[in-house]
Write a protein of this length. Sequence first.
Length: 257
Amino acid sequence: MCIIRVYANVIGCPVLDVDGMGRAFPELQMYLPMIYGSLPYPTCLADHKGNVVAISHCDSPKSLEDVLRLETIRMGCSAGIALGCLQPKDVMSKCVLLSISRAWSLGRAILRAKNVGKAPHEAVVENQNGRVLITGKILDVSRTTEGGFSQGYVLVEGLDDFAGKHVTLVFQNEIIGAMKTTFNGGKPVRGDMLVTTPDLITLLDADTGYPVTTEEFQYGLRVVVVAMAADAKLKTEQALRVVGPRAFRLQTDYIQF
């Protein structure tokens, strides 16, 4: 997003304070305009070597995802995409409004917290009316890469006020669920879900407040797990069929944050 804003400034083009998800999702059919009926074409995919794939027609957003996922893997798992244009009415009714402002507000809150010696995650929770699920350290990471996705589990052991508690996070490129975890005979037993997609579950570095991406999960890292509410457009019955927990093969319905 920063690159887009810099380039837009260079060419003198305005940037709308909106986006098509309001968070990160791993698949194209999870793009809100497509969920609410916008056509998944024309679409263009390109890599840094000049290879280009143009889609003039496809039968569904999921078909578009499947085709371009394979092409992206062939391109070395790194490519840029341009989706079809949206009409102003579609932007207003199908996109998440003020999402850039939300990101900017979060960043400012973290910087201000550091300047006054306040814990960064507390600023995030206050700024977004969020909730701390656990504070602790990463005890175990199980990760596989399949079909262009990084997926698996990360187990967080509670410290301080959360001592004796454990939470397991499920991820597919992004965190999609958080569940209570207990131990039986030294082995973790996953229990009830605490928060599910499409609400945001974010792993923050306990010291800096910076987000820790799934690629950076590692044993011993001190973290804070924070949950924040997603935009209302992601939580309708129509949207939950595409971005809810069952869309990621989690055996639970959406749990209201």
